[in-house]
Design a protein around this ligand. Sequence first.
Ligand SMILES: Nc1ncnc2c1ncn2[C@@H]1O[C@H](COP(=O)(O)OP(=O)(O)O)[C@@H](O)[C@H]1O
Ligand SMILES: [Mg+2]
Length: 234
Amino acid sequence: MNTGKERLQKEFTKFPLIVKPVAEGSSKGVVSKSVCHSESELREVVREIVDKYQQPGLVEEYIAGREFTVGLLGEKRPKVLPPMEIVFLDKAERTPVYSFQHKLDWNDRIRYDVPANLDPGQLERLKVASRAAFMALGCRDVARRDFRMDEKGRFYFLECNPLPGLTPGWSDLVLIAQGGGMDYRTLIGEILSGAIRRYKEREQRKGGNGAPKSGYEERTTIAPTDALRIEAKA
Ligand SMILES: Nc1ncnc2c1ncn2[C@@H]1O[C@H](COP(=O)(O)OP(=O)(O)O)[C@@H](O)[C@H]1O
Ligand SMILES: [Mg+2]
């Protein structure tokens, strides 16, 4: 919705609905109030988003249920890392969202279960869906997808993060890797390996020997923790 005044499409008459800024990330603009239980609440939230973020509000059906995030690494047939569950600790929250505030105060509000406690069938379906979304969206080298699972065990794809945050000890993808036994350096190495291979192939096609140009070695000796200070938890 561009203003909050438009007519509601008929698929959006059943509440709760959730409204998010159409082009943000890291839960920017996603707060508990983003889950709307009436048309008047929905219109107000859209108006606030338009005012604050100067962009339309994206309206979606609110999917109640458990939340998972899945990291993938690679290219043609990406490796799917063990899914992580975002467990909301405050059981009094009836329509929880992994909001901006939750991402800041995650120690108090969230428990991260990695690997997620899913049965083998659910795990397989989540992996297949994650890989299919990675390929359909043309992702490369790294991505993270967010899902919810309803009470019937159906997975809903919420979004794709093609450039997920990589803050050591904090970003979801880093926690996923840690939980799967992959340290930070290895994670960064896996993300870079496709680019290094493509670089070498390109150099070879151009007639070079594939050796990196001068200065390259020097740059790669910078510890990933220094090189990648990405503050957003995306
Ligand atoms: N359709 C939805 N149903 C239920 N919860 C949602 C829905 N869309 C988003 N959320 C909640 O809001 C959070 C942030 O939304 P998301 O689409 O992942 O954007 P961001 O890029 O800001 O992470 C999600 O992790 C989830 O908890
Ligand atoms: Mg998200």
